[in-house]
Write a protein that binds this ligand. Structure first.
Ligand code: GDP
Ligand code: MG
Length: 247
């Protein structure tokens, strides 16, 4: 199985790659780790495949690029090798139960560069986990945003995408988050009370959400406590073994 962790910088992708990998290994699975972040300095896991063996954002910065330019340039340089990466990942897949892909710190690097898109389009049914941290969720419209963002990733990468709130150990009121994220009808009803144009837009978007998206479970994960890891394992299993029904 190939699992890809996607999310904004700091959402917890790298930490989860290590923690979930360790959890799987503890359960007797063979796990391979892939680092796709050219800007990573230190990794908490030992990658079996690492883009930094080919290019790092740091060495490009030494050529005079700024941090953002260097990141984009690094993927421009990796692009001609995308088929080699696909083959290497397939090879890892052949000898492991799980291949975990840790993606670039900045999510747009993966979603807006051909390297990420072509890689994902050519892997066999990878499951994408869209990680967002609880601190992006402050008002009801934010919950709508998070649910739609997961859908946009699915649209962009063409892979089944599961939304997952990370760092659940940092929130005390998890049930409140769950009520909005798990129950789109409840969220829609709540958004009806929002007087702002933003609330109105969110309300209208959430009304059509059930028509656009198959019913998908939302995951609640903590790399610190391991909470939700069993759910992620079950979901990954169902994705591969029952072909896509993730309700
Ligand atoms: P990435 O940019 O998405 O790869 O994010 P990182 O994995 O580097 O994590 C960013 C920060 O969030 C680090 O300081 C992590 O220690 C912290 N972090 C990641 N996952 C968790 C979690 O489950 N709980 C808590 N409390 N902190 C976390
Ligand atoms: Mg990272």
């Amino acid at each position: 199985m190939i699992l890809t962790f996607v999310g904004t910088a700091g959402s917890g992708k790298t930490t989860l790659t290590r923690a979930f990998g360790e959890y799987l290994e503890g359960n007797g699975y063979r796990v391979s780790y892939v680092n796709l972040d050219t800007g990573a300095k230190r990794l908490p896991y030992k990658p079996d495949l690492d883009v930094r063996d080919d290019v790092t954002a740091w060495e490009i910065m030494e050529e005079g690029y700024g941090p953002n330019g260097a990141i984009v340039e690094s993927y421009d340089r990796l692009l001609p090798r995308v088929s080699e990466y696909i083959s290497s990942i397939m090879e890892l897949k052949g000898r492991s139960d799980y291949v975990l892909l840790d993606t670039p710190g900045q999510m747009e690097t993966f979603l807006f560069h051909d390297f990420g898109v072509r890689l994902m389009e050519n892997l066999p049914e990878p499951l994408t986990v869209y990680l967002f941290s609880p601190d992006i969720l402050r008002k009801p419209a934010d919950f709508c945003f998070a649910r739609f963002f997961g859908l946009m990733i699915e649209l962009r990468l063409g892979t089944t995408t599961v939304p997952a709130m990370s760092k659940v150990d940092t929130v005390s009121n998890i049930d409140e988050y769950r009520r909005y994220l798990d129950d789109i009808e409840y969220l829609t009803a709540r958004l009806r009370l929002e007087p702002s144009t933003q609330g109105l837009l969110a309300h209208r978007m959430c009304l059509v959400f059930p028509e656009l998206a198959p019913p998908t479970r939302v995951l609640y994960l903590s790399s610190k406590t391991g909470e939700g890891f069993d759910d992620l394992e079950t979901l990954a299993y169902e994705h591969y073994c029952t072909c896509g029904d993730l309700t």
